[in-house]
Design a protein around this ligand. Structure first.
Ligand SMILES: *Cc1c(COP(=O)(O)O)cnc(C)c1O
Length: 333
């Protein structure tokens, strides 16, 4: 069943005191670029360094005395589930592909979860999670296609609109669409005129391709600076796909070079360390790919990145991603 505003309000009560109330701060530099107030919702400040804690806490709160939970994750959902399970005293097994950066794997182990690294794609990790459900009786917490997860992520939309009712545009990083679906649901229920724009990288943007095709389609998974936005939306997607189809006003794609540049901007102008996935909203505005006709907010979704890679970017060095080289450029040159 599709979540509604009441589910998001209920989720807000579940996560209160654990994962709510991150700061919403102005970016003077981006406000100048956009010609509008431009605000950053700092989900990188969450205890696990990403917003996924919201959905995971809400999903785990709905379970009885389960044997434990499992999930398949590019990283931050795994952290969220690990944290939420530990808070409830449940066993957690997190399945992920070899493409996931080491920093994320270690972060999850540090939260007390078991990690299973399987195959080269999200689909391989998904198969292992399904096996754990069938053979070991664990309960799977899906990363995005789940009513409780979507309602949990939607609490971000509630907080933004409560803090700044004048917001006209929300720029939301888009992967499986749990975040975008929840935020759009909450924000539009409160203020129907809000424009919600989903933003993905231009290679391997599964939701974008699916929306164009009118049904979930598989895309090839490729390495990206926005690694948290990789992976498919699930061929059997029931909720996040139709919700994104119905609630998003537009989807915009940004290049790896634009993401590289936006990571430098967020670091040098706002002094924020954040993943490539977080800066796609800035990247789209900096590249002139999205027009903002009023006060705008974007979600800085997480900070769990490979610091070696981040150091290369902020010092203007080349970055190699699979078969692609992003040419380095020092900020301000
Ligand atoms: C999961 C995630 C996203 C995208 O969320 P979806 O619900 O899959 O669209 C964006 N940024 C970060 C840092 C994430 O971990």
């Amino acid at each position: 069943m599709r979540p509604v505003l009441a589910d998001v309000l209920a989720a807000a009560r579940v996560i209160a005191g654990l994962a709510d109330a991150t700061p919403l701060v102005p970016s003077p530099y981006m406000s100048g670029v956009a010609g509008q107030d431009f605000l950053l919702k700092l989900e990188n400040m969450q205890p696990i360094g990403a917003f996924k804690l919201r959905g995971a806490l809400n999903a785990v709160a709905g379970l009885g005395e389960a044997a434990g939970v499992t999930c398949c994750s590019t990283g931050n959902h795994g952290r969220g589930v690990a944290y939420a399970a530990r808070a409830r005293g449940l066993r957690a097994v997190v399945c992920m592909s070899e493409l996931v950066p080491r920093a994320k794997v270690e972060g999850i182990r540090a939260l007390g979860a078991e990690v299973r690294i399987v195959g080269r794609s999200q689909d391989d990790a998904q198969a292992e999670a399904a096996r754990l459900v069938a053979e070991e009786g664990l309960v799977e917490i899906p990363p995005f296609d789940d009513a409780r997860v979507i309602a949990g992520q939607g609490t971000i939309g509630l907080e933004i609109m409560a803090a700044r009712p004048d917001i006209e545009v929300l720029l939301v990083p888009l992967s499986g669409g749990g975040l975008a679906a929840g935020v759009a649901l909450a924000a539009k229920a409160i203020k129907p005129s809000v424009r919600v724009v989903g933003i993905s990288m231009d290679r391997g943007a599964a939701m974008h391709e699916s929306l164009r095709a009118g049904r979930p389609v598989a895309v090839e998974e490729v390495a990206s600076l926005a690694d948290s936005l990789g992976g498919g939306i699930g061929m059997g997607n029931r909720l996040s796909f139709p919700m994104c189809r119905d609630l998003l006003d537009e989807v915009v794609l940004v290049t790896e070079a634009e993401i590289y540049r936006a990571m430098q901007v967020l670091y040098y102008e706002d002094r924020i360390v954040a993943e490539g996935a977080c800066v796609v909203g800035l990247a789209a505005v900096l590249a002139g790919k999205v027009s903002v006709g009023g006060p705008t907010a974007t979600i800085i979704t997480g900070r769990n990145l490979d610091m070696e890679m981040f150091t290369r970017i902020i010092t203007g060095q080349d970055v190699v991603l699979g078969d692609m080289v992003i040419e380095g450029r020092r900020y301000g040159t």
